[in-house]
Design a binder for this molecule. Structure first.
Ligand SMILES: Cc1cc2nc3c(=O)[nH]c(=O)nc-3n(C[C@H](O)[C@H](O)[C@H](O)COP(=O)(O)O)c2cc1C
Length: 202
């Protein structure tokens, strides 16, 4: 059966971006497995999400009928992004390593997606429940260094963070695909191909 894919792009490097190319390779393989799948792009660089401010956060906690004009506009940004997430079956998320973490464009976007009462809640026992269920996410990471093993492994704040946050929102099926060691002689030559070869579509 065909799938609806949401491709979330956070690299500012355009066509030269490795995480973009890796994301496209993932999408190609999804399409091979699920012919007829559609792709929607959410480019966080060309249309960045604003950092959360008091108007945005205030809008979340104000009933729709009591919102100011500013709060209505602010809430719309988040609500449209969440509607897009809900519509998709599969997320392909480009996540370059920026200072051992995700680019701030991606963080700003996720801050608009994680909404109490809308994409998650805490139940009466304080246990979190995510509402984005029955989804699959592929994270396409790119990094100069190697983080899947070796001395820098514990400095990977990209994959643990994304896995945890997505799981918190209900997206528990997350695959990390890495193009890593892009600046290391002896590794960089095959880094992208190795990443592509590691893609397994479920
Ligand atoms: C601002 C900045 C910070 C970076 N920080 C890291 C880092 O912490 N670790 C790393 O291995 N590579 C780092 N890099 C290298 C990028 O992760 C690498 O160039 C990657 O290919 C970027 O993804 P992209 O090609 O999709 O833009 C950084 C690059 C930039 C521009």
């Amino acid at each position: 059966m065909s799938r609806r894919i949401l491709h979330i792009i956070s690299s500012p490097q355009g066509e030269a971006s490795v995480s973009l190319k890796l994301g496209n390779a993932i999408i190609e393989k999804i399409k091979l497995k699920y012919p007829g799948s559609t792709v929607k792009e959410r480019n966080l660089v060309t249309i960045p999400f604003p950092h959360l401010d008091d108007v945005q956060i205030g809008s979340w906690f104000t009933p729709a009928e009591h919102r100011s004009a500013g709060q209505v506009a602010a809430a719309k940004i988040s609500e449209e992004a969440i509607a897009e997430m809900k519509e998709a079956d599969i997320y392909v998320i480009g996540a370059p390593f920026y200072n051992f973490a995700i680019p701030s464009t991606l963080k700003a976007y996720l801050d608009h997606i994680a909404r109490p009462g809308i994409t998650f809640r805490y139940d009466e026992n304080g246990k979190p429940e995510g509402f984005l269920k029955n989804k699959k996410a592929y994270i396409a990471t790119a990094s100069s260094g190697v983080y899947s093993e070796g001395e820098f492994q514990s400095f990977d704040f990209v994959s643990p963070y994304l896995k945890f946050l997505l799981g918190f929102l209900g997206i528990t099926d997350v695959s990390i695909i890495r193009a890593e060691g892009l600046r290391i002689d002896g590794i960089k030559e095959t880094a992208f191909e190795k990443g592509v070869e590691s893609i397994v579509i479920s």
